[in-house]
Design a protein around this ligand. Structure first.
Ligand code: NAP
Length: 286
C-alpha cells in the first residue's frame, strides 16, 4: 500500500503570539526608560470597508501590545500633494516611530509619491524604494511584513534553505517579489511563477519550498506538490481558503501553513515588531 504522509502544521498563530509577547515586553521597557510609548501612525484615505477593517484591526493590536496608535483619516477627495504633506509631517514628528499608509489610496493619487514620503527609518511596513533596495542588497532595513513573516515561520521550523529550490507563485511588490528576494538572500535557488508562466505545474512540482501568493482559491493541487516539500500558503481568499488545496497538500508536504492560522497572523506580528524596533533605534536605545 502506498504510504501517505501527513504534513506537520506550521503554527503561525502561536509564533505570532510569541513575537507579540516579546514586542509588548520591549514596548513596556521603552516606556519605562523614556516615558514614551512606541507609536505607529496609520493613514487611511477614504472609507473603503476592507481598508477600514484592516486599519481598525491593526490599531487594536497596537494598543493591546502597548504601542500607541495615532490615526489620520483623510477624505477620498484628498490630492497627492496634500497626502504627501501629511505623511512628510509624520515623518518629521519625533513622537511617531512608524508610519503605515493603508493601500489602496485611490486611482487619482500618485501612490508611489505618497509611499516615498515615509522616512525609511519609519517605514515599518517596508513599502519604500529605500526599504526594497536595502532588502535586495541584504542590508539592514524594514521588510514587507508578509514576506518577513514567512521568513520568520521558516526559521522557527528550522527549514534549511541553502541550495533548496524555492518556487514563488506570484510576484506582487508586497508579497511574491520580496519573498523570493529574501529566499535568494538565504541561498535558496529561486524561481518565480506568474500569470504568464508557461507550464507552471511542472515548475511547482520541482519545489522543495513552495510559496503560494496568487490570490486564487485552491490554485495549487496537492498532486503537484513534491513529496516532502515545505508549503507556505500566503493566499487568503473568500471562505477562509488559501491558494493551496490544503487537504491534498497535507498528504505530500512535510510542513505546511494552514489557512487561516499560518501566514496571516504573522503579518501583523511583524508590523508590531518592526514598529518597536523603529522606536528602539529612534530613541537611541539600540
Ligand atoms: P496580487 O497583487 O493580486 O498578485 C497576485 C500574483 O499572482 C500576481 O503576481 C499574478 O501574476 C499572480 N497570478 C495571478 N493569476 C495567476 C495564474 N493564473 N497563474 C500564475 N500566477 C498568477 O496579490 P497579492 O497582494 O500578492 O496577494 C496574493 C494573495 O496573498 C491573496 O490571496 C491575498 O489575500 C494574500 N495576502 C495575504 C496577506 C496576509 O497577511 N496573509 C498579505 C497580503 C496578501 P501577474 O503579476 O502576472 O499578474
Amino acid at each position: 500500500m502506498p504510504q501517505t504522509q501527513t504534513a506537520r502544521l506550521m503554527d503561525g498563530t502561536g509564533l505570532a503570539r510569541q513575537i507579540v509577547e516579546t514586542t509588548s515586553a520591549t514596548a513596556a521597557d521603552i516606556l519605562r526608560r523614556t516615558g514614551q510609548r512606541p507609536c505607529l501612525a496609520t493613514v487611511l484615505v477614504g472609507e473603503d470597508p476592507a481598508s477600514v477593517t484592516y486599519v481598525r484591526m491593526k490599531r487594536a493590536r497596537c494598543e493591546k501590545a502597548g504601542i500607541e496608535s495615532r490615526h489620520v483619516a483623510l477624505p477620498a477627495s484628498i490630492g497627492t500633494e496634500e497626502l504627501v504633506a501629511t505623511i512628510t509631517g509624520l515623518s518629521q514628528d519625533p513622537t511617531v516611530h512608524g508610519i503605515l499608509l493603508q493601500h489602496p489610496v485611490g486611482p487619482h493619487i500618485d501612490e508611489r509619491a505618497a509611499f516615498e514620503a515615509i522616512a525609511p527609518a519609519k517605514d515599518v511596513d517596508g513599502v519604500t524604494m529605500h526599504s526594497f533596495a536595502a532588502m535586495g542588497f541584504g542590508l539592514p532595513g524594514f521588510v514587507s511584513c508578509t514576506p518577513g513573516g514567512i521568513m520568520r515561520l521558516l526559521d522557527a521550523y528550522d527549514v534549511d534553505l541553502t541550495g533548496k529550490h524555492a518556487v514563488v507563485v506570484g510576484r506582487s511588490a508586497i508579497l511574491g517579489k520580496p519573498a523570493g528576494m529574501l529566499l535568494l538572500g538565504r541561498d535558496a535557488t529561486v524561481t518565480y511563477c506568474h500569470s504568464r508562466t508557461a507550464d507552471l505545474t511542472s515548475i511547482v512540482r520541482q519545489a522543495d519550498v513552495l510559496i503560494a501568493a496568487v490570490g486564487k482559491p485552491r490554485f495549487i493541487s496537492g498532486a503537484d506538490i513534491k513529496p516532502g516539500a515545505v508549503v507556505i500558503d500566503a493566499g487568503y481568499n473568500a471562505g477562509n481558503v488559501g491558494d493551496v488545496d490544503f487537504d491534498s497538500a497535507l498528504e505530500r508536504a512535510s510542513l505546511i501553513t494552514p489557512v487561516p492560522g499560518g501566514v496571516g497572523p504573522m503579518t501583523i506580528a511583524v508590523l508590531l515588531a518592526q514598529t518597536v524596533d523603529a522606536a528602539t533605534r529612534q530613541l537611541g536605545l539600540g
